[in-house]
Design a protein around this ligand. Structure first.
Ligand SMILES: Cc1cc2nc3c(=O)[nH]c(=O)nc-3n(C[C@H](O)[C@H](O)[C@H](O)COP(=O)(O)OP(=O)(O)OC[C@H]3O[C@@H](n4cnc5c(N)ncnc54)[C@H](O)[C@@H]3O)c2cc1C
Length: 356
């Protein structure tokens, strides 16, 4: 049985200064989630007048390490081995842990992707620190360097602020879409420390046998999301949403009960247990606005709520509210958009008759 060991804080936390960001890659390219976290790390390093250190792990990453610099890192530690062509829990944890022990960052932030969550949790154990996962906000106190990590708690009824004052590094993850991608600047000055890692035969226990990319659109990067909830009442409602999404060059999103009902795949679910989106336009049709849904779309630039209930929670967070049946509103929107685009002879789903 594993031994229970009490985590020991470092004797002198003032030795731990900089901000470190794990720059996640996929097929040796920085993920968007990594770019977002570099942007957030840059803000925190500037606030505390410290450096931003990026850690990149992959099989062919000399150019990727430079990308991490162009997005905002001052120094990039890159671990390269042909064995790191895909994410593998143990060797990636070994290398990130080594970077932490060497550079002693005050803060370590990791993208809250599937792999990032695995890596952050494992690394927190190895470096004997705490981890605040799935933060909605990550910031730092300028004078103390204390990480301010805020996340929803108790079924999202409260927002907790979690501080880790004794242990280092102070660690947090945030879901993709929580922060904006910073501008890329290929004139930035930074240092890259590329290390070839020798991996002995048998040292890596995991073997990826095959890889199946997720099918369908990636709603996390969509500029327009037309989302439907239980207010649709029937799966046919999704066809209407899809029509509107097509007209607007967007994608369809749903609340969790719609994915639970199996009307559409889980990859369209927005929210706490789904995907975080940050579109320019989020249309919420027949969605009440429960906190578990709101956490996944609250950072949308413009929110339009279509709801029969004028007091729906979603309406309080929306920029525009249309109090009506979505089966009246959406066909009218489609018709108007097509009229403005100059399309002719197009059939729009028949309007639902209003009850007398
Ligand atoms: C641990 C946990 C995690 C969860 N994770 C998620 C998550 O990731 N994402 C998520 O979405 N939920 C999640 N939920 C579920 C969440 O709590 C809500 O139950 C869910 O978001 C409600 O979905 P809804 O808004 O579609 O349905 P409802 O709350 O039933 O709302 C339907 C709305 O449609 C309106 N309406 C009805 N008819 C019409 C019509 N014809 N036209 C226009 N409006 C109409 C109603 O007025 C109402 O506001 C989670 C719950 C838990 C406990």
């Amino acid at each position: 049985m594993a031994e229970l060991v009490k985590a020991t804080p470092p004797e002198d936390v003032s030795q731990w200064k900089d901000v470190m960001v794990y720059c996640e890659t996929f097929q040796n390219k920085l993920t968007k989630a990594a770019q977002e976290m570099i942007g957030r790390g840059r803000v925190m390093a500037d606030k505390t007048k410290t450096k931003l250190i990026g850690v990149v792990i992959g099989s062919d990453i000399s150019d990727t390490a430079k990308e991490a610099g162009y997005y905002g890192c001052d120094r990039v530690i890159a671990f390269q081995s042909s064995a790191f062509d895909m994410y593998k829990s143990r060797p990636f944890t070994d290398n990130l842990t080594a970077a932490v022990k060497e550079a002693k960052p005050n803060i370590l932030i990791v993208p809250g992707t599937h792999n990032g969550r695995d890596l952050a949790a494992r690394t927190a154990i190895r470096v004997q620190s705490g981890l605040t996962a799935d933060c909605m906000e990550i910031d730092v106190e300028e004078d103390t360097g204390i990480l301010i990590a805020r996340r929803p708690d108790y079924g999202d009824s409260t927002m907790s602020e979690i501080r880790c004052e004794k242990h280092r590094p102070q660690m947090a993850t945030s879901r993709p879409g929580t922060f904006e991608v910073p501008p890329r600047d290929d004139k930035r000055k930074f240092k890259v420390d590329l290390r070839e890692v020798k991996v002995k035969k048998g040292q890596i226990k995991e073997e990826i046998l095959s890889f199946k990319p997720r099918s369908g659109e990636d709603i996390s990067i969509a500029k327009v999301v037309v989302a439907g909830g239980l207010g649709m009442g029937k799966p046919e409602g999704l066809k209407l949403l899809e029509e509107l999404a097509n007209e607007l060059g967007g994608v369809v999103g749903v609340s969790r009960p719609i994915a639970d009902l199996g009307w559409i795949s889980r990859s369209h679910q927005v929210g706490q247990t789904g995907i975080t989106v940050r579109p320019n336009l989020y249309i919420a049709a027949g969605i009440s606005g429960k906190p578990q849904h709101m956490v996944g779309m609250a950072n949308s630039k413009l929110i339009v709520s279509i709801n029969t209930d004028p007091d729906a929670e979603m309406n309080k967070n929306a920029d525009y509210v249309i109090v009506d049946d979505l089966y009246n509103v959406i066909p009218a929107l489609i018709e108007e958009i097509r009229k403005r685009k100059g399309a002719e002879n197009v059939e729009v789903a028949p309007k639902k008759k209003k009850k007398a």
